[in-house]
Design a protein around this ligand. Sequence first.
Ligand SMILES: CCCCCCCCCCCCCCCCCC(=O)SCCNC(=O)CCNC(=O)[C@H](O)C(C)(C)COP(=O)(O)OP(=O)(O)OC[C@H]1O[C@@H](n2cnc3c(N)ncnc32)[C@H](O)[C@@H]1OP(=O)(O)O
Ligand SMILES: NC(=O)C1=CN([C@@H]2O[C@H](COP(=O)(O)OP(=O)(O)OC[C@H]3O[C@@H](n4cnc5c(N)ncnc54)[C@H](OP(=O)(O)O)[C@@H]3O)[C@@H](O)[C@H]2O)C=CC1
Length: 502
Amino acid sequence: MSMIAAFYSNKSILITGATGFLGKVLMEKLFRTSPHLKVIYILVRPKSGQTLQERVFQILNSKLFEKVKEVCPNVHEKIRPISADLNQRDFAISKEDVQELLSCTNIIFHCAATVRFDAHLREAVQLNVTATQQLLLMASQMPKLEAFIHISTAFSNCNLSHIDEVIYPCPVEPRKIIDSMEWLDDSIIEEITPKLIGDRPNTYTYTKALGEIVVQQESGNLNVAIVRPSIVGATWQEPFPGWVDNLNGPSGLIIATGKGFLRSIKATPTAVADVIPVDTVVNLTIAVGWYTAVHRPKSTLIYHSTSGNLNPCNWYKMGLQVLATIEKIPFESAFRRPNADFTTNNFTTHYWNTVSHRVPAIIYDFYLRLTGRKPRMLKLMNRLLKTISMLEYFINHSWEWSTNNTEMLLSELSPEDQRVFNFDVRQLNWLEYIENYVLGVKKYLLKEDLAGIPKAKQHLRRLRNIHYLFNTALFLIIWRLLIARSQMARNVWFFICPLFKL
Ligand SMILES: CCCCCCCCCCCCCCCCCC(=O)SCCNC(=O)CCNC(=O)[C@H](O)C(C)(C)COP(=O)(O)OP(=O)(O)OC[C@H]1O[C@@H](n2cnc3c(N)ncnc32)[C@H](O)[C@@H]1OP(=O)(O)O
Ligand SMILES: NC(=O)C1=CN([C@@H]2O[C@H](COP(=O)(O)OP(=O)(O)OC[C@H]3O[C@@H](n4cnc5c(N)ncnc54)[C@H](OP(=O)(O)O)[C@@H]3O)[C@@H](O)[C@H]2O)C=CC1
């Protein structure tokens, strides 16, 4: 019998961010392994014209929850959505709901955050810092609370190259930042943002670091722990391999590669690709909840959920395997044949961005115009390049995260718990994982049917023929105009051919 699963039986659990990527997998695992838990309260806001109930209905009826319904048929009765907006004072939760939360909650998992790299500092502080502070205040009024688990990121201190499982100070106290957001106007905040974030790449990592300090400073007598995942990827094993439902992290770039939009990306091939499967993060998080509640460590323990120091994979290996899988299982309606490569300096990056990204987009838009359609490819390409520029920092640096607490926790688990809540990343086979990831992107994100693979392969053959035809036509035109007439033109032609991959 799993001790951890038994621990959660009869518990009332509060999850923020339960509608997000990580939150959904956390909820699924809790219900599947502890079907006798009392209730999971989730703080949800109405979104995209959907009510709370509609959002929950959609989640429970998704593929992710299929197994849960077998082991916990009354799951819909055990999930209690509470209308809340973490951007509002007191989260805009009704008095009755607050009372219920205060009197019943045993465990809190705080997952909600803005994970956007370009969030305005005010927005990022509100969600990643102030909301954490408010939740801690609520938690301190919960007599039955046994543990408060805060989800941060391994990149909260990405300005350092070696990161220990400790909380690092920030030059300006979070409370001062929170106060200043009350009275500074947006334009002044924008002006001071680069100074505040310092050598971090964005407001996300900065505010997640502030969030951790808030947890440390304002947790009082609570039993608190922090989990720091690195780049969270598709599921490794559970409830099935390759599940993913958003474009964050590698997923969006896998699509861009498979659809032939992404041809080159500035990356350090030898840098560690510190991707961690979402189910591994969730297993650790649930184990941390149990350990924190049962063992009540004297200080706030931080757990790194990373792969790099125990089972490293670099971007080169990851890129190769992504391409190899796409070759076997191509995506439908590709723009060009998938053939992405890494660039390592600014000059080649600009060069390939022009030659391989913008020029084909301009040619395609020209073709769309000629055929009476609205041009759209250049706009799409520019958005992709903007996205890449924001992710570049993470694929051009390597970090070392110590994992002593995570390893200590693994050793505290019974063999049964080590199996049910496996977060031992040493067992991960990268090639298999990446293949399942790409397949998952195709099935669950792009919603493409595997039956369409022969058609997708046929489309790629057509693209290859167009490519050959285009190159041949280009060659003949240039030959006719120049090369036949001059020796120098001939020399230049043979020099530039390899540069254009002709
Ligand atoms: C050689 C082969 C190599 C292949 C594989 C290589 C893999 C490399 C992977 C590198 C990953 C590095 C991730 C680092 C994560 C750090 C971990 C964390 O803690 S952080 C936690 C993780 N947090 C994050 O990862 C957040 C990253 N994302 C953001 O911050 C924002 O989306 C944004 C600022 C990039 C764009 O904002 P904005 O312009 O306002 O617009 P929207 O947001 O509305 O989206 C616009 C369009 O872009 C689309 N799209 C979105 N994301 C991606 C993507 N990753 N990619 C591609 N596309 C993406 C989106 O679908 C939409 O398309 P469309 O509908 O217009 O057609
Ligand atoms: N994904 C990754 O690569 C990594 C994630 N993390 C951390 O893991 C946690 C979960 O991230 P992930 O699941 O990927 O992120 P998602 O963006 O998928 O989910 C964010 C969640 O926060 C909720 N939320 C955002 N704003 C509000 C609000 N104003 N009121 C109520 N709820 C709100 C969202 O609700 P809604 O559905 O309504 O928008 C959603 O449920 C975060 O703390 C993140 O920092 C750490 C490292 C890497």
